[in-house]
Ligand binder design. Sequence first.
Ligand code: C5P
Length: 229
Amino acid sequence: MSSLYVALDFSDPSQALTLADLLDAQSCGLKVGKELFVRGGPNLVRTLVDRGFDVFLDLKFHDIPHTVAQACLAACDLGVRVVNVHAAGGRAMLNAARDAVPQTPGAPALIAVTVLTSMDETALAEVGIARPLAEQVQLLAGLAFDAGLDGVVCSAWEARAMRTLFDRPNPVIITPGIRPPGSALDDQSRVMAPSDAMAAGATALVVGRPITRASDPSAVVQAILASLR
Ligand code: C5P
């Protein structure tokens, strides 16, 4: 699996393909989220997979178990490398997702989202969760671990705790909120440098704007990879 996923946060699929043209599939994977998927559809994902990229399909499935299992199967058919679900969907949903995604070489890693970083304790309380946020993250990650998921997507600041919790060979700990030293924060607040995030327990990084808005995106990818060696 790639150690670096470039977040293709574009509204126009042609912009995503133009960026992919500038990148080397041997050096990085690509993350496709909801906006780009709704605009570009499965065909765009297939095109990126056909170009040799590891694709992280970041659609955060959360529905009844059968529906999530079928969506996971569809993601497997697209040939993506990583697929994710909301741990808040519950044990039965996580079990159904796990049953749907084969644990064979070439099948995608199945990882969980815990508490969205856009949620604070006030927002959690408004949806009936009075527990402190950190405890809610631990509880949901524990549920995902129990269901046999391969790992989580989390802040680099949570990576160490997640690595401890996912006490299995080769856990997948993918961290966004990464900024190479000296690059703009954009709207991120608690960021970490690539090498620090890996040292903190991340197994792969998600980096968007520092790469997608660079004049030479490939050079930024290579600089990040060099900083990890
Ligand atoms: O441009 P930037 O590097 O900030 O992009 C980060 C990517 O990771 C975006 O696609 C964003 O939606 C995603 N993400 C995040 N924080 C999370 C979960 C996902 O920034 N907690």
